[in-house]
Write a protein of this length. Structure first.
Length: 87
């Protein structure tokens, strides 16, 4: 009985070794199609998070674009502008 258990264990270990060697020969997976190496990122001026142009919320101030990670950051930016601009 012990002989069968040892033989089964050795067969299983051999099987796992063969499977791991064969799986190592697979080509690497492709990169995520959403994020390409040419995608430009911008830093959110409020929280400092880097965000891609595709995912950013864009605000304009005096013709200049500002990129934000969310609407909350855009609103905080506008509030800061309201407090800093003289009336």
């Amino acid at each position: 009985m012990i002989r069968f258990l040892v033989m089964g264990l050795l067969l299983y270990i051999g099987y796992r070794i063969v499977v791991s060697l064969l799986s190592a020969k697979k080509p690497p997976a492709k990169q995520d199609a959403r994020v390409s190496p040419t995608t430009e990122t911008h830093r959110d001026p409020v929280c400092g998070v880097y965000v891609s142009e595709e995912d950013a919320v864009i605000g304009k101030l005096e013709g200049e674009r500002h990129y934000f990670c969310s609407m909350n950051c855009l609103e905080k930016f506008r509030e800061q502008l309201d407090h800093t601009t003289p009336s």
